[in-house]
Design a binder for this molecule. Structure first.
Ligand SMILES: Nc1ncnc2c1ncn2[C@@H]1O[C@H](COP(=O)(O)OP(=O)(O)OP(=O)(O)O)[C@@H](O)[C@H]1O
Ligand SMILES: [Mg+2]
Length: 375
């Protein structure tokens, strides 16, 4: 089971083709620039996610990859092959969209077989391949069911199976789980990642759900206004965002304005000098520096035994703050505190360490958890 690499004899197996986008620019007929000089390289077999707010150009980039819109400038290659001017059908790409677009009058097996029929596979080859795909998506028992009888999650698996049937060189997915509830999205996300790894296919996935992007991706391209702001692994994006936008888009972030830096890992702020360990490149753009510290890296220091700051502390002294509100989130609590300058900071703690609303407390964090950001 699940050996999709056992290839159809006269067709190449699902391949781990890389995707390379060089200086791609796309201007719509109405003059709107949908993509500004975009570069991206997805190594073969990797799962890349385009993540960004609504209107940031995720679908446009995916459509350009597919050949559904024509770039104004630049180059797209799949593997070694330049596909920039190739029509959709010559690119050998599998698609999955949000509204799966299954054929309602066909059963599950016929839906999967449909692209094979279009490509004139013989009846025997189609039967073998559909069986493989049904195994892969774990719906062998539902081969003869009409798609209307399936749950949303099952329909999505059929859509993915259908996209993989013709052994595409690349799988593109545009918010394929947008219509499903959160629990099902998590389950299907795990299934999809598993499927992608077992087939070894290169995937480009679009979502605006940060958690989904973290779970699924080898690398994430964060987009805003037709640009890729940062392209890194999930861990790198979270720990070393290169801009305020990326820091705030991925998780909760405390950003403290920095007036100046001394070039030796210290920044002058409203709370005095703060040490930082991470220093992100600012791509040469004019910047207003800020220090990033994540809520889970800040600790309350006990009022009774005020700890002596160590060389690891970012601040010379714990910062005195007032607890404004506390939020119980099940496995963790999120506390909003007011700093001496009136700025609100978020602190994460567990239930046992939860302070009272209105309480005066102190907070500390380590310099290793502090990152200097550009604009
Ligand atoms: N055919 C078009 N002509 C003009 N502008 C367009 C066209 N298609 C998209 N746009 C614009 O390009 C921008 C990017 O659109 P796109 O659909 O790529 O966003 P997105 O990141 O996928 O957003 P969402 O998360 O809402 O799906 C938007 O401002 C949109 O209005
Ligand atoms: Mg979109």
């Amino acid at each position: 089971m699940q050996n999709v690499q056992a290839a159809h004899p006269d067709r190449s197996p699902i391949g781990a083709n890389s995707v390379t986008i060089d200086n791609l620019e796309l201007r719509f007929p109405n003059g709107y620039v949908g993509l500004k000089s975009t570069n991206l390289h997805v190594p073969g077999g990797q799962f890349c996610t385009l993540l960004g707010p609504s209107g940031s150009g995720k679908t446009t980039l995916l459509r350009a990859l597919a050949g559904l819109v024509t770039p104004t400038r630049g180059r797209i290659a799949i593997g070694q092959k330049d596909v920039t001017t190739l029509p959709v059908q010559a690119r050998n790409i599998g698609f999955v969209f949000q509204n799966y677009a299954l054929f309602p009058h066909m059963n599950v097996a016929d839906n999967i077989a449909y692209p094979l029929k279009l490509h004139k596979w013989s009846a025997a080859d189609r039967t073998d391949r559909v069986k493989e795909i049904l195994d892969l998506i774990e719906l062998s028992h539902a081969a003869g069911h009409s798609v209307g009888q399936l749950s949303g999650g099952q329909q999505q698996r059929v859509a993915i199976g259908r996209a993989l049937a013709y052994r595409p060189s690349l799988l593109l997915l545009d918010e394929p789980m947008g219509a499903l509830d959160r629990r099902l999205r998590q389950q299907l996300g795990a299934d999809l990642r598993d499927l992608q790894q077992r087939t070894g296919i290169t995937a480009v996935y679009v979502t605006h759900d940060q958690e989904e992007a973290f779970i699924l991706s080898d690398k994430i391209a964060v987009m805003r206004q037709g640009e890729i702001l940062q392209y890194s692994s999930p861990g790198e994006l979270y720990a070393r965002p290169r801009s305020r936008f990326v820091a705030e888009f991925l998780g909760e972030a405390n950003l403290i304005d920095a007036q100046s830096t001394d070039g030796k890992g210290h920044a002058m702020t409203a709370y005095g000098s703060i040490g930082f360990a991470g220093h992100t490149s600012t791509n040469g753009k004019t910047t207003t520096p800020a220090l990033l510290v994540r809520p889970e890296d800040i600790a309350f220091s006990s009022n009774r035994t005020s700890p002596t700051p160590t060389s690891q502390s970012a601040l010379a002294q714990p910062l005195k703050v007032e607890v404004l509100k506390t939020l119980f989130l099940g496995s963790r609590c999120l506390v909003t505190v007011k700093a001496p300058d009136g700025k609100e900071l978020l602190v994460e703690c567990n239930k046992s360490g939860l302070p009272q609303q209105g309480e005066a407390v102190s907070i500390t964090w380590d310099r290793s958890a502090t990152v200097l950001l550009g604009s």
